[in-house]
Design a protein around this ligand. Structure first.
Ligand code: DC
Length: 255
C-alpha cells in the first residue's frame, strides 16, 4: 500500500458500524504519554494517533528544504503539499510524507531540536489541527496523544486525560533514556531544559499546553507504565459503556 491511499486503504481498522469513541491524552514531555497511549489503544481495541510525529515531520520538512524555522507560512505550505497520512495497517501506524514512509528521520537529533520552535508556529498548528480532525472523522475510534488533543483538536472527546509528573522524575526518566542510547546526560542540564520547555509550551499563544478542565489528571511519579495504562483503561471502561467499546477478546477471556 502506498502512503497516498493509506488513510482509506483496505487495512483500515476502524469499524464504521461502531460508535465514535475518542480518548485524548495530553501532558508534558517525559510522562510516557506516547507508550501509554499506544497500549491503552491496543487494550481497548482503538486506533492510536501520534500527533507529535506530525509536528516532527513538519520540522524535518523545514530542515530538509532549508526553510528557516520562523517561516510559518512556508513550512505550513510544504506540510500541506506533503499530504501527511498514516498507514494504519502498521503498529504503530507509519507516517507517510509525500507518499514515502518517514520513520527514523523523526527521531534524528536535528529534528528533535527543531520541533519545538516549529510546533509554536500558528500556521503550522492550523494545518495540523485540521488534518488531525479529518483523521478523527475517518478513524473515529481513536486514542489521540499530544499537547492539545483534549483542549483544542478533540475538545468533545469522550474521555480526556492529562498525564503529569514532577520535573525531577521527568528529568530522571530522560537521563535514563539518553544513557540507554549511549549518550552523555547531565541531570541538572536536563532538568533545566525541561523547565525551559515547559515554560515555552505553556506560554505559547496558539495551542499552549493546558490541562483541560474536564480532564482526569494522572500523576505518574509513583506509577509504573503498566499501572498508568491499567488506571486509564479502568477510567475509560467506567465512563464509556462496554457496548460502545467492544473491546478485543483477549487470552483468558473465554473467547
Ligand atoms: O511527543 P513528541 O516529543 O513527539 O512531540 C514533538 C514536539 O511537538 C514537542 O515539542 C511537542 C510538540 N507537539 C505539539 O506542540 N502538539 C502536539 N499535539 C504534539 C506535539
Amino acid at each position: 500500500m502506498t502512503g497516498s491511499d493509506a488513510q482509506h486503504g483496505p487495512g483500515r481498522r476502524s469499524h464504521p458500524s461502531l460508535d465514535r469513541v475518542i480518548i485524548a491524552i495530553d501532558g508534558p514531555a517525559g510522562t510516557g504519554k506516547s507508550s501509554v497511549a499506544r497500549e491503552v489503544a491496543s487494550a481497548l481495541g482503538l486506533e492510536f494517533l501520534d500527533t507529535g510525529a506530525m509536528y516532527r515531520a513538519a520540522a524535518a520538512l523545514a530542515l530538509d528544504r532549508s526553510i528557516r524555522l520562523d517561516q510559518g507560512e512556508a513550512i505550513a505550505d510544504v506540510v500541506r503539499q506533503a499530504d501527511l497520512r498514516f498507514d494504519w495497517t502498521a503498529d504503530p501506524p507509519t507516517l507517510y510524507v509525500f507518499g514515502e514512509p518517514m520513520v527514523d528521520r523523526l527521531r534524528d537529533p536535528d529534528v528533535s531540536g527543531a520541533v519545538s520552535p516549529v510546533s509554536q508556529l500558528p500556521e503550522v498548528r492550523a494545518v495540523l489541527v485540521e488534518k488531525q480532525r479529518r483523521i478523527g472523522e475517518v478513524h473515529p475510534r481513536l486514542v489521540s496523544e499530544g499537547r492539545d488533543q483534549g483542549s483544542v483538536v478533540f475538545f468533545d472527546a469522550d474521555v480526556k486525560f492529562y498525564l503529569d509528573a514532577s520535573v525531577t522524575i521527568r528529568a530522571e526518566r530522560r537521563v535514563e533514556q539518553l544513557r540507554a542510547m549511549g549518550r552523555r546526560a547531565d541531570f541538572e542540564e536536563v532538568e533545566h531544559e525541561i523547565r525551559d520547555r515547559d515554560e515555552r509550551d505553556t506560554t505559547r499563544r496558539i495551542g499552549p499546553l493546558v490541562c483541560p478542565k474536564d480532564a482526569v489528571v494522572v500523576m505518574t511519579d509513583e506509577l509504573s507504565q503498566a499501572e498508568v495504562v491499567e488506571r486509564l483503561c479502568e477510567i475509560v471502561r467506567d465512563r464509556v459503556p462496554a457496548s460502545r467499546l467492544n473491546e478485543p477478546v483477549g487470552v483468558g477471556d473465554g473467547g
